[in-house]
Ligand binder design. Structure first.
Ligand SMILES: NC(=O)c1ccc[n+]([C@@H]2O[C@H](COP(=O)([O-])OP(=O)(O)OC[C@H]3O[C@@H](n4cnc5c(N)ncnc54)[C@H](OP(=O)(O)O)[C@@H]3O)[C@@H](O)[C@H]2O)c1
Length: 327
């Protein structure tokens, strides 16, 4: 079956052809990993450079605990079921992540097989102790349903503790957040949070943040979806709430918007050599953001994303230039 993500990638590449070679290298696996060197003309490809350096960290306001700023999501990317072939690249995606010192992984019981796949791969790599695992109370109503779902998440993820338990998309918020706090009291959860992924839900999320003061909020933010700058970020700073950013690539659509454009020359000023790194540095240049969770199924894209967590972020001029470059 062709997934929505594969369909997007295929149509993007088919529509744009050879002119897209540099960005195709950012979104398709090849036997020899390639990446774009911004100093070379469009189309010039060089061997992929491994991740080097130390990831920036930011503190969770409610505890002071430091988290690496690059995390990862699992929606789509880890929904691959039991097949060994489909899981193999994800093993490497996870290895590169852990080897770089990253730790925050976001999943949900309603991302089809993602919790099972992640749980199996973490157990095989014995990586659970190095990770900050976030999952959700998702689509459930009432305490008993939420509790049963949480028990299943522990089983599927092969763990006895969740670092961050979030109420997914503001569904049954009062009851599910109360349950998450109860589990926190029992030591089964370390932090509680609320999530959404659309600008039009941010007013409701703001109201819930004020009323309930969770440890974390998770929300969408990118150079083309900037509502959180006016709503979520100022309030998170005021109330001392950590911010996890989803959809930093607009579920991949941002790459289609820059597909025929070379990475700007000024990217080198912040040590970036790909659009992905610029998009992630844009998100992280907002001081309210604690961690961003791009999702990828490809090892070389994981390395690309991790590189955004090292070195300079974007200043105001560079942020404006990036927004203009996307057009
Ligand atoms: N309500 C909620 O709580 C909520 C809602 C939405 C998302 N989330 C969370 O946030 C995570 C991230 O959001 P998302 O998965 O919707 O989308 P996203 O991270 O904005 O975009 C993912 C897409 O970007 C591509 N990509 C990743 N790195 C790349 C790179 N370096 N170069 C080129 N393409 C790259 C991926 O393709 P490849 O696989 O080919 O790399 C994939 O198609 C989710 O996985 C989930 O954990 C939560």
């Amino acid at each position: 079956m062709v997934s929505r993500r594969d369909f997007l990638a295929t149509t993007t590449l088919t529509a744009t052809g050879l002119a897209l070679a540099p960005l195709a290298a950012c979104s398709q696996d090849t036997p020899r990993p390639l990446s774009v060197d911004p100093k070379k003309p469009a189309g010039a490809l060089t061997a992929e450079q491994p991740f080097r350096g130390t990831l920036l960290k930011r503190a969770i306001p409610s505890s002071g605990e430091q988290l690496p700023v690059i995390g990862m999501g699992t929606s789509g990317s880890f929904e691959v079921g039991a097949g060994a072939d489909a899981r193999e690249p994800l093993r490497e995606v996870l290895k590169r992540f852990v080897d770089a010192g990253a730790s925050v992984i976001d999943t949900a019981p309603t991302y089809s097989s993602a919790e099972d796949v992640l749980g199996d791969l973490l157990a095989q790599a014995q990586a659970r102790p190095k990770l900050f695992l976030a999952t959700k109370l998702s689509g459930v109503s009432g305490r008993e349903e939420g509790l049963a779902q949480f028990g299943e998440s522990l089983r599927r993820l092969k763990t006895d503790k969740i670092d961050l338990l979030q109420v997914h998309n503001l569904r049954d918020t009062a009851t599910q957040l109360a349950l998450a706090r109860e589990l926190k009291q029992q030591g089964k959860v370390r932090y509680v949070g609320l999530t959404h992924y659309r600008d039009d839900a941010q007013a409701e999320l703001v109201a819930e943040m004020r009323a309930r003061k969770p440890d974390f909020v998770q929300i969408n933010y990118s150079p083309v979806s900037r509502g959180a700058e006016r709503t979520i970020f100022p309030l998170a700073r005021e109330l001392g709430i950590a911010v996890m950013v989803n959809r930093a690539f607009e579920d991949g659509r941002l790459f289609a918007q820059v597909r025929d454009k070379p990475v700007p020359d000024w990217a080198a000023e912040v040590g970036a050599d790909s659009w992905a790194q610029l998009f992630l540095k844009f998100v992280l240049s907002e001081p309210a953001v604690t961690v961003v969770i791009p999702a990828t199924s490809k090892p070389k894209n994981q390395t690309d994303n991790l590189k955004a967590g090292v070195g300079a972020l974007l200043d105001a001029k560079q942020r404006t230039a990036l927004i203009a470059a996307i057009g």
